[in-house]
Design a protein around this ligand. Structure first.
Ligand SMILES: Nc1ncnc2c1ncn2[C@@H]1O[C@H](COP(=O)(O)OP(=O)(O)OP(=O)(O)O)[C@@H](O)[C@H]1O
Length: 236
């Protein structure tokens, strides 16, 4: 993915407005939110429950659309893509890691990881090789035939990460990736995210309640009532 102007941030949100409307009720979440993320950053977003963290991640993922403002990623206006364009864009450039893994229980670990590749013009052998490579990378080499339901939470999350990176996306969005894990499993997952960022140059945006997870990021932003209240830059 190219960034048309190298002076531009990789991700830029400007003037973002978002209100949830249900019936006659309306709940404003953002009224003029701005955010810039450089290529190669590992950004943690923290904040109290209900402050808008998942809403922000959903906007970045193109799962939800803003009522106003602009979302630009890698020189492209995400908020102006149609549903088809968005799906194709996501498949090429974005991987998503979920708190509860979102693995399909009837498939093996390798089949779960392979799913995003089924949309691509790859041979079965190329798909197998890519799956084996990312399972190795997350420390699950040789475990591909196992069903995720027979794996620990930490292992399931590592399968989830393998699935998120199998298409070699530039951007990884992680929604509470350690939220369901014990400390040791959480640390293993964070070490993988750290490697993906520092060694493979992935840009990572991670929503988390876990201060130890945020400490692994290169920058932490705190969201409160839809506004960033503090911007902590951590030395690399
Ligand atoms: N689809 C929706 N329709 C209506 N209200 C919503 C919707 N999604 C979220 N909300 C509300 O918007 C507010 C912000 O939600 P959001 O999930 O972004 O917060 P959060 O900071 O991620 O919270 P948590 O840490 O608990 O996950 C909450 O009050 C939530 O109930």
């Amino acid at each position: 993915m190219t960034n048309s102007n190298s002076d531009q941030p990789f991700i830029s949100l400007t003037g973002i407005a978002k209100t949830y409307r249900t019936g006659t009720d309306s709940l404003p979440i953002f009224c003029d939110l701005g955010l810039s993320i450089a290529k190669g950053e590992f950004l943690a977003i923290m904040g109290p429950s209900g402050s808008g963290k998942s809403t922000l991640l959903n906007l970045l993922a193109g799962i939800d659309t803003p009522d106003g403002g602009a979302i630009q990623i890698g020189g492209q206006r995400l908020d102006q893509m149609g549903e088809g364009g968005l799906s194709a864009w996501r498949a090429h450039h974005m991987g998503i890691v979920f708190q509860f893994y979102n693995l399909l229980p009837m498939l093996t670990a390798a089949e779960n990881v392979e799913l995003p590749l089924l949309l691509k013009p790859l041979s079965a052998r190329e798909r197998r090789e890519r799956v084996a490579k990312v399972l190795d990378l997350v420390g699950l080499g040789g475990r591909g035939r196992q069903n995720p339901s027979r794996m620990s939470g930490g292992e399931q999350q590592r399968v989830g990460i393998a699935r998120a990176i199998v298409s070699d996306p530039t951007l990884l969005l992680c929604d509470e990736p350690t939220g369901d894990l014990d400390r040791k499993s959480a640390d293993d997952v964070l070490a993988i995210l750290n490697f993906l960022n520092s060694e493979l140059g992935k840009t990572i945006v991670m929503v988390t309640h876990d201060p130890e997870a945020a400490a692994k990021a290169t920058r932490t932003l705190h969201l409160d009532k839809g506004v960033f209240v503090e911007d902590v830059q951590v030395a690399a």
